[in-house]
Design a binder for this molecule. Structure first.
Ligand SMILES: [Zn+2]
Length: 424
């Protein structure tokens, strides 16, 4: 979720003290958490360094916005024990077995290598229909994996992406859950089986492998890392926010030119290896992409474009139709209630993945074998909890993983079912 850190940046920037800003949100031992109302129904959490307490406590910006001090970050972290997977080697041996015991698999989080092993085991087991391949490398040399379900590349493609923002751990299991559901679907499941006859499914389960690795390897200090691990020229602060780096209104509203900011947009549009990999992979697909869901957390919202402005996409009625059906599908059965809206109407974010899918840059390459162009339907889903909880919203307790994945699934199926295979 971009909002808390966007707000923290704005608040400090507006207070005229941007120099206090560098790397504050990662110093979890000393970071202070504030809760600030954005509207009567919405709160954002704002982090400040411990040593800035006096400054922020008297900040007119915080006072004007009725922000309240919540806690020290460290106190928020301590009640949770997310990391049950201490022994990678032992767990890796169990990966194959767990492909077939998905309910236990979804009772805990998994680190990058175990997650990758699981995808490879799944592809091996369902090799007639599922393939996993590396589509590129990160700056640290880690693979970016893509999973393809379905062998007919004449069928239109539907794309899911998770863990662009590494701290949003709940999105990792979401992609795994959808992948195993689609991989295992047979004629006993009419809806999924029918969708598999019509589409090829493509999943990039960890869009930011370096960042996700860091959230485990340097736990808890970097549990809330959001960016990749690029070195930034002239700064000791690492990382670029990948979801501000795409070539769509790059460097505009809702992104930062400060390399220490959590929403740093990078040196150039599309400068990051992960972004280059995803964009060239999707441009080069043999089949047209007609729908995409980019999973994030947290706030329980389903967003349609546009993110970089409040201008509505020209097919807004269709976007509203499809997202409202998604919300009713999840809200009908789930414990969590999702709301629907335009991303830019809530907070502006330029350079996002979902906006890029609507650019000529992508659409001109998004063709079927006859050369017909397609305009995809890109949606951003923010998984639970709601925005009203503080920073612990990134730490969904492991015993909630399976129920969140299960309750979101009908919305994803509804999304796919309502996609139109129409050319431009
Ligand atoms: Zn996110």
């Amino acid at each position: 979720m971009a909002l808390p850190f966007l707000l923290s940046f704005l608040l400090l920037f507006m207070a005229g003290d941007a120099n206090n800003f560098p790397d504050l949100e990662y110093d979890v031992d000393t970071a202070l958490v504030w809760k600030c109302p954005l509207s009567p129904d919405n709160n954002a959490t704002v982090l400040y360094r411990d040593k800035d307490y006096q400054y922020v406590a008297s900040s007119q910006e915080l006072l004007n916005k009725n922000c309240t001090f919540v806690s020290n970050m460290f106190q928020l972290l301590s009640p949770f024990d997310e990391l049950k997977e201490q022994n990678e080697a032992v767990k890796s041996k169990n990966v194959k077995r767990n492909v077939f015991h998905h309910s236990s698999w979804f009772k805990q989080y998994h680190n990058l290598s175990v997650m990758y092993d699981w995808y490879k085991s799944l592809a091996h087991e369902y090799s007639s229909n599922v393939a996993v391949k590396s589509i590129g490398k990160t700056i640290a040399g880690r693979d970016m994996l893509a999973v393809v379900i379905g062998t007919d590349s004449n069928q239109p493609a539907v794309y899911f992406q998770c863990l662009v923002h590494p701290r949003e751990w709940i999105t990792g299991p979401m992609c795994m859950y959808l992948t195993q559901l689609l991989a295992r679907a047979d004629s006993s499941n009419n809806i999924l089986f029918s969708l598999l006859q019509q589409y090829q499914f493509i999943i990039v389960p960890v869009a930011n492998p370096d960042g996700y690795y860091l959230t485990w390897s340097s736990y808890p200090k970097y549990r809330f890392w959001r960016k990749n691990l690029s070195k930034n020229k002239g700064s000791s602060c690492l990382g670029v926010d990948l979801n501000r780096n795409f070539n769509i209104k790059w460097g505009k509203h809702g992104s930062s030119s400060n390399p220490c900011s959590d929403i740093y947009h990078g040196d150039n549009s599309g400068s990051e290896l992960e972004v280059k990999t995803i964009t060239s992979y999707l441009r080069d697909l043999p089949n047209p992409l007609i729908g995409a869901i980019d999973f994030h957390s947290f706030s329980q919202e389903i967003f349609y474009p546009t993110g970089w402005s409040t201008a509505l996409p020209d097919n807004i009625q269709y976007f509203k139709y499809i997202t409202q059906w998604m919300a009713s599908a999840v809200n009908q059965n789930g414990r969590h209630t999702f709301t629907v809206g335009q991303m830019g109407a809530l907070y502006l974010a330029s350079g996002t993945f979902t906006d890029w899918l609507l650019t000529d840059d992508f659409i001109n390459s998004n063709k079927d074998k006859y050369g017909h162009k397609y305009k995809p339907i890109p949606i951003t889903v923010e998984l639970p909890p709601t925005r009203t909880v503080p920073i612990t919203g990134f730490m969904v307790p492991p015993d909630q993983i399976l129920s969140i994945c299960k309750e979101m699934t009908p919305a994803v199926i509804k999304f796919i079912s309502l996609l139109k295979k129409t050319t431009l």
